[in-house]
Design a protein around this ligand. Structure first.
Ligand code: 5GP
Ligand code: MG
Ligand code: MG
Length: 183
């Protein structure tokens, strides 16, 4: 789905496909410099991180494993509840593994902070985070994120895996919605 297929639902395009891909390639190079000599396990959080995982992973100049976890924290609204529940756990035993969480966006940080604590308790050799987007002004907890694509303003964005009420995940760009969509 392209921006022009959004009619007047899209207010602004924040990042084009090219900007997203260029930044993911840079992140992949950075990550590979740190992980080329390790057996890295990429851990995606469904469903938002699907596009980031697919493109980031293919931008890596070497092989990596992936696994997925599904949690609920948002419902269909736009505000984090802070309540996290595991809907689907990992298939992989991460004890002694080098785990890199692949995220679409860090907003309040509440979800990721909970996931990080949960994963740490399983004894990985290392645990780091790569996220395409981060909203520094929205942070409610301190999270040490090693690789960040773009810091953005505290606005709700959709596209490239990010939804509003399960819609717009297949939009190629990342953008903001017009006010009438929310009402
Ligand atoms: P947090 O717990 O950091 O507040 O948010 C966690 C999850 O909420 C993200 O992984 C994402 O699924 C969703 N989320 C946070 N901010 C946005 C946003 O601007 N747009 C969309 N579509 N989802 C968001
Ligand atoms: Mg996410
Ligand atoms: Mg969502």
């Amino acid at each position: 789905m392209d921006a022009e297929h959004m009619g007047d639902d899209l207010a602004t395009v924040m990042f084009t496909e090219e900007q997203i891909q260029d930044r993911l390639r840079e992140l992949a190079e950075q990550v590979w410099a740190d992980y080329h000599d390790k057996d890295v396990l990429l851990l995606g959080v469904l469903k938002g991180a699907v596009m980031v995982m697919a493109d980031f992973m293919r931008a890596l100049p070497g092989s990596a494993e992936m696994d997925w976890m599904a949690v609920s924290s948002y419902g269909s609204g736009t505000k984090s509840s802070g309540v996290v529940r595991i809907l689907k756990d990992l298939d992989t035993d991460i004890t002694g593994r080098h785990v890199l969480i692949v995220e679409d966006i860090i907003d309040s940080g509440l979800t990721l902070s909970w996931i990080s604590a949960n994963l740490r308790s399983r004894g990985p050799a290392s645990l780091e985070i790569v996220t395409l987007l981060r909203k520094p002004e929205a942070a409610k907890v301190e999270i040490d994120v090693r690789y960040v694509g773009f810091d953005i303003a505290d606005e709700f964005v959709v596209g490239y895996g990010l939804d509003y009420a399960e819609k717009y995940r297949n939009l190629r760009v990342i953008g903001t919605l017009a006010p009438h969509v929310y009402s």
